[in-house]
Design a protein around this ligand. Sequence first.
Ligand SMILES: [Zn+2]
Length: 217
Amino acid sequence: MKILALSDQVVEQLYSPLVKERFGDVDLVVGCGDLPNYYLDYIVSMLNVPLALVPGNHDLRMVSPISDQEPEGSAGSRWSANIDGMAVEEQGVLLAGLGGSIRYRPDGMHQYTQAEMARRVFALAPRLYWNRIRHGRFLDILVTHAPPRGTHDAEDPAHVGFEVFNRFIAHFRPRYLLHGHSHVYRRCDITTSQVGPTTIINVYPYRVIEVDIIHAR
Ligand SMILES: [Zn+2]
């Protein structure tokens, strides 16, 4: 399965009819947060593929909840789902989503303290155990906005990563963790890291990921 993952910045090249030529073989679009709806809608409509997304800390509006219906205003796309705090299966790939960033403003939306994010992981866990019973593995891809603490994160108050994501990786062993939030300014910035069995990818502003589905039972 080929995934086009997007985050944080509108890329003109993708927001144009060229997207169909360049990314016509993509099976799923994953939004890692902080992107306008018009951009995501345009891309999934052009590619006619589903969209799974989590909110970033700048997303004020919650996007349509999970639904099989065609989202309004995006003719053609099969479904679009906010998978924040959820686990879903798409074309045989098991995804889970944990959006938002570290809390750096008392009134900020989609911002969580380390303890709050740990509770969100705890709330998601039963679905992952159910996956393991049904599919022989907890999940394939964790979709987040913020990175794990210590990987692709920073020390300023808004860009500290989540500690619980490291425990998540160690315990649930996803093959990928896709995140955004950490803007990349220099070519030498590291955007792909391997932690145990998990490849952590900062998708900012977009990344194509080829996932071969191995059904371990
Ligand atoms: Zn962000």
